[in-house]
Design a protein around this ligand. Structure first.
Ligand code: NMX
Ligand code: MLT
Length: 435
């Protein structure tokens, strides 16, 4: 912990100096024009937030601290014999800007193990929720139940100084990331199985332990695909719905548990994280309707046409920022090609890849006809026997806790203020646009 804090603290000095310089010497410099369309259409592509942990390029996709996802997957420490980067190493990278050594990664995994115990009140809260409640609702409620023990909140009440905010935010961030797989596995077991699964195992890394606690597959390959999944969903800069929500909530100095509980409610939307649930549901329906026929490009084009004609979106395709196939999709595809290319569901995903971008492209309305991560992740989970698609967004949430928590620590570290954009009535917009 001391090493981690030392690294954050050193980088913090540089970043605070940079922020102060920008404000002092360039505070009035114009970097973009705000158009009427931006104001109406969801602030799309307006550069109005600061997030250092990761950056989304419309063609190259996400980079963590300047490293492309492919580089991250190559250069970060792995489990013994594994080839996918460990997500907790990605957490370290996002927090410190540095690739951790194997030794630092192992110590960090142990730090998370030490913080993993979930208080009885959280499990009691979970027990009181009907099992028909969507797993994302259960997860968000559990984050609020954990809030009772927020160290940030306690320190605030005790009068902590502004310069200490980041340290207590870090405490909560580490606790939250350590505990979320335990809560998520408990949600899975109570909702879909008869009761508790395999016990927490401190000999495993963070992702392998989560995969193991789900109790659906004890093979090494499932642990490996879970590491990949949790590493590549970890962060997607600050503007996506769940990160932005958490940022906004955190800017009021609500603690990290409040912030992520709120963010999760956004991740649960079908246009955001729930798209992976929707996508698997759609794929399974296609499979059923094809009644054993080989999924060809022609059949999939027709099927997707029917979905569009019914006024629905094709889940897993399109993106608010990306204008290319999502590198997260490519990494999942490479994994599938290596480990499960004969899976009929993979062949269906592959046929979608051949058919849908061309179809959406021809329609001319969708700005990005290519697949995003959600078009593939369900197939991988399904192949390794995690079959209940309305749980899938919880797996996404366990991973994204890493990025959002790193962003929260940094928002407090560089002293970002309360966020409060200006809204205007449509009439005012009309006056502004025509004056
Ligand atoms: N299928 C059908 N229509 C689409 C799709 C799609 N996959 N993507 C965009 N459109 C439509 C969109 O609804 C809009 O229609 P209208 O003008 O009638 O309202 C039009 O195309 C233009 O939208 P864009 O500017 O291309 O996309 P926008 O930035 O507004 O939205 C998404 C981005 C991701 C919400 C949108 O592409 C979508 O709904 N995709 C399917 C859901 C999905 O995969 N979400 C996952 C995002 C990633 N994640 O993990 O969070
Ligand atoms: C994400 O991973 O958060 C999604 O791709 C959505 C986004 O970036 O807007």
């Amino acid at each position: 912990l001391a090493t981690l804090k030392g690294k954050i603290s050193a980088l913090m000095k540089e970043q605070v100096a940079l922020k102060n310089d920008l404000l002092k010497n360039h505070g009035d410099t114009k970097i973009q024009d705000v158009t009427v369309e931006m104001a109406i259409n969801g602030a799309r592509s307006m550069k109005t937030m600061v997030t250092d942990t990761s950056d989304l390029h419309e063609v190259n996709g996400i980079s963590y601290r300047g490293m492309s996802l492919y580089e991250v997957n190559k250069k970060l420490p792995k489990a013994p014999g594994g080839s996918c980067a460990l997500p907790e190493a990605a957490f370290w990278l996002l927090l410190t800007g540095e690739v951790p050594t194997d030794l630092e990664t192992r110590a960090f995994t142990d730090e998370l193990h030490r913080r993993s115990s979930v208080p009885a009140n959280v499990m009691a809260t979970l027990k009181s929720v009907p099992i028909e409640t969507h797993p994302m609702t259960q997860l968000s409620m559990c984050m609020l139940a954990l809030q009772k023990d927020s160290k940030f909140s306690a320190a605030y009440d005790a009068g902590m100084k502004k310069s200490e905010y980041w340290e207590y935010a870090l405490e909560d961030a580490l606790d939250l990331v350590a505990k979320i797989p335990v809560v998520a596995a408990a949600i899975y077991r109570r909702t879909f199985k008869d009761g508790p699964g395999p016990a927490y195992d401190t000999t495993m890394d963070w992702a392998a332990n989560y995969a193991n606690m789900l109790g659906v597959n004890d093979g090494e390959e499932f642990k490996e695909v879970t590491r990949l999944y949790l590493m590549l969903h970890a962060d997607h800069e600050g503007g996506n719905v769940s990160a932005h929500t958490s940022h906004l909530v955190g800017s009021a100095l609500s603690d990290p548990y409040y912030a992520w509980a709120a963010g999760l409610c956004g991740l649960a939307g079908p246009l955001h994280g729930l798209a992976n649930q929707e996508c698997l549901g759609w794929l399974l329906q296609v499979q059923k309707d094809l009644k054993g026929q080989t999924p060809t490009k022609e059949l999939l084009t027709q099927y997707a046409e029917d979905t569009l004609a019914a006024g629905k979106v094709i889940p897993g395709f399109g993106h608010a920022v990306l204008r290319n196939t999502d590198p997260r999709y490519i990494l999942e595809r490479e994994f599938a090609l290596k480990h499960c290319q004969n899976d009929p569901l993979f062949q269906l995903v592959d046929a979608c890849y051949q058919a849908i971008p061309e179809l959406l492209g021809k329609k001319g309305k969708v700005k990005n006809p290519f697949p995003n991560v959600d078009a593939h992740s369900g197939q991988l989970m399904h192949f390794y026997n995690l079959k209940e698609e309305n749980y899938y967004t919880v797996v996404f949430a366990v991973s994204r806790a890493i990025g959002v928590m790193a962003q929260t620590v940094w928002a407090r570290a560089i002293g970002l203020p309360i966020e409060r954009p200006k809204s205007v009535p449509l009439d005012t917009l009309k006056k502004l646009a025509t004056k």
